[in-house]
Design a protein around this ligand. Structure first.
Ligand code: ATP
Length: 200
């Protein structure tokens, strides 16, 4: 069984997946895999450099993510092109990672993805769990963690699915608006449920 874990910016996905990990649950993060497919030597990076020129590369040949982001930020056509190059490769690589995690036959594995629904990666999983916090807390926790302005966080919130939409697509919800101890209790409860569900 594969459980997809998602949530908006700074909802606590990384913190929550570490709580699952401490209960022995293997996981892969779609963001890490998205970075993997544009490493030097990867066909996706070659295609990107061919389309946008070597100015999107750093001196050591790796992708200048900020430059690329600037190019596609206000250009839906370029964004779609980029996604058409990267998404199939991310999907393929994710399936490989998930298969590797499943090789040791754990009760279940997790796919952590900030854009689980937006990217269609929910099609790869059996159930979706959403880490939920109110928007005000997302703003507060992002600003406490990163050096960003409120308007930068709001811009990110604007391109992510709304809280309501995300919740409506969830099979399970973890309320991460209170203490980490309370989050861990919910994780332990869900872990028991997922282990039960994974029994043949
Ligand atoms: P992103 O989408 O930006 O990758 P994320 O969803 O993975 O973020 P985390 O990095 O896990 O979120 O958490 C965001 C911040 O909130 C971190 O600084 C984390 O320590 C803090 N945090 C997470 N859960 C709680 C909690 N229950 N109580 C207090 N702080 C928390």
């Amino acid at each position: 069984m594969i459980i997809g874990l998602t949530g908006g910016i700074a909802s606590g996905k990384s913190t929550v997946v570490r709580a699952f990990e401490s209960l022995g649950v293997p996981w892969v993060d779609a963001d890490d895999v998205a970075r993997e497919v544009v490493q030097p030597g990867e066909p996706a990076l070659e295609a990107i450099a061919e389309r946008f020129g070597t100015s999107v590369l750093q001196e050591n040949g790796s992708l200048d993510r900020r430059k690329l982001r600037d190019i596609i930020f206000n250009d839906p056509e370029q964004r779609l092109w980029l996604e058409s190059v990267t998404h199939p490769r991310v999907r393929e690589r994710l399936l490989e990672h998930l298969a590797r995690l499943q090789a040791s036959q754990p009760a279940y594995v997790m796919l952590v993805s900030p854009l689980l629904f937006e990217s269609g990666q929910d099609a790869l999983v059996d159930r979706c769990v959403v880490v939920d916090v109110p928007e005000a807390l997302q703003l507060q926790r992002t600003q406490a963690r990163d050096d960003v302005s409120e308007s930068q966080v709001r811009a990110i919130l604007a391109v992510q699915l709304s809280r309501q939409e995300r919740l409506s697509r969830a099979d399970d919800v973890i309320d991460n608006s209170r203490s980490e101890a309370e989050m861990r209790e919910q994780v332990a409860q869900l872990d028991r449920r997922y282990r039960e569900l994974s029994q043949p």
